[in-house]
Design a protein around this ligand. Structure first.
Ligand code: URA
Ligand code: CA
Length: 433
């Protein structure tokens, strides 16, 4: 087989066979196929279509390119959740203990990554003593005992995807739905999930800004998951404003605690109940989505979800007292209000700009080496549809530096305020099964 022939075949719009895809991905991972040929292939894939079969084969070839996580020692159906990323997305911190509290095993690998705030792993380190590096046996034992554990990424998962994603990044071929879908699904499948719930965001703060693209991506990922024997569903949710109120690390932990107590922001609570009920249903712990939702609501009301959070934190060496007393979380030295410079209704909050503001305060990493300040971030006091008086607080800023003028300006500009009361927004646009 020759790579040049495969490039020509795909250029002309023909489908590649499983053997051809395996040849290409294996060869590329080993360095036998050079970047220039893979670049040409990526561009051909960008302009041509890929059948569902090709997408499944590409995904599985990338899964097979490296290590995979073996969760077979954990009892029950392991359901993973993946979000395409947004601003102030605290859902994993809430969902892990919430669905575990009704008996769904949560064996989650989570990254640190670059972003406006840290990843779930960084956020969990807001609990003094919390261990994110666990050996495989400890991890399995914890999930069997407590139903939930979260570890940092280890092992060499999907090296083909790492290499191909980096190549796409510099050849203007990231933005292809089949390639994005295969990339994301390869990582989920390599992490050992039996079933997958996807949260695909749409709106100004999302990777897929418009709704049609978000739906197309969700459909593509669901088809790959199901085609690879992992039951998958996709929820399309809104990211035209940050989710919940808090954007930061310890601040989001506090928000997760509030939500597990039933006192969280409405949008964040609703999204967690929606994603969570699909997880519980896929794990076969409920006969219907509605029944699953009732179980989760009951777990919040009874305090069982919050109790599970304590057990989870303590199980990994963290201080569970924080959950009863969030003032034990890392605290910023400076807390001040960013006030509205005009009265009116909030029409829009550009999520990306709020995220960048939190990042500038030190809540996220600029480079892989940079240190995160767990205490800093932003808490929104007004969301879309709220009325604000001139001079009233829009956002509370938590900083460890006096020099916050630039962030304050950025955040104020992220808010669009006018006299008209906006129409109620949509949180969940669609569920793709
Ligand atoms: N995120 C991924 O993991 N892969 C892509 O290709 C795009 C976004
Ligand atoms: Ca949030």
């Amino acid at each position: 087989m020759r790579m040049v022939d495969l490039i020509a075949k795909k250029r002309d719009g023909e489908a590649l066979t499983k053997e051809e895809i395996n040849f290409m991905i294996e060869g590329y991972t080993k360095g036998e196929i050079p970047d220039y040929q893979m670049s040409a292939m990526a561009m051909a894939l960008y302009f041509q279509e890929m059948t569902t079969e090709e997408r499944v084969n590409l995904t599985m070839a990338m899964v097979d390119s490296g290590d995979t996580i073996d969760l077979t020692g954990i009892e029950g159906i392991k359901v993973d959740k993946h979000s395409t990323g947004g601003v102030g997305d605290t859902t994993t911190l809430i969902l892990a203990p919430l669905v575990a509290s009704v008996g769904v095993p949560v064996a989650k690998m989570s990254g640190r990554g670059l972003g406006h705030t840290g990843g779930t792993i960084d956020k969990l380190e807001s609990f003094e003593g919390f261990q994110v590096e666990l050996d495989g046996k400890t991890f399995n034992d914890l999930v069997n005992k407590n139903k939930v554990a979260v570890v940092g990424q280890s092992g060499n998962l999907t090296p083909a995807d790492k290499k191909l994603y980096a190549l796409r990044d510099v050849t203007a071929t990231v933005n292809s739905i089949p390639l994005i879908a295969s990339s994301i699904m390869s990582k989920k499948i390599a992490s050992g999930a039996d079933a997958i719930v996807l949260d695909v965001k749409t709106g100004s703060g999302a990777f897929m800004e418009n709704l049609d693209d978000a739906k197309a991506l969700a459909k593509a990922m669901v088809a790959i998951g199901n085609g690879a024997g992992r039951q998958t569903i996709g929820v399309i949710s809104d990211m035209t404003q940050p989710l919940g109120f808090a954007v930061g690390n310890a601040l989001e932990v506090k928000e997760a605690i509030d939500t597990l107590k039933g006192q969280g922001p409405e949008d964040l609570t609703e999204l967690c109940l929606t994603l969570g009920s699909h997880m519980v249903y896929l794990a076969k712990k409920a006969a219907s989505i509605d029944a699953a939702r009732t179980m989760l609501e009951d777990a919040i009301t009874s305090g069982h979800a919050l109790e599970t959070f304590k057990v989870f934190v303590a199980g990994q060496g963290g201080n569970p007292d924080v959950i009863d007393d969030p003032s034990l979380l890392p605290q910023a030295s400076i807390v001040k209000e960013i006030v509205a410079d005009q009265a009116g209704y909030v029409q829009e909050i550009i999520a990306d700009e709020v995220g960048i503001g939190a990042g500038m305060l030190g809540a996220g990493r600029m480079t892989k080496e940079s240190e995160i300040d767990l205490a800093v971030g932003l808490v929104l006091n007004k969301k879309v549809g709220d009325y604000v008086e001139k001079g009233a607080s829009l956002v509370t800023l938590h900083a460890n530096t006096e020099n916050t003028q630039e962030v304050e300006d950025k955040v104020r500009q992220a808010y669009r305020i006018s006299d008209e009361k906006p129409k109620a927004g949509v949180l969940i646009y669609d569920v793709i099964t």
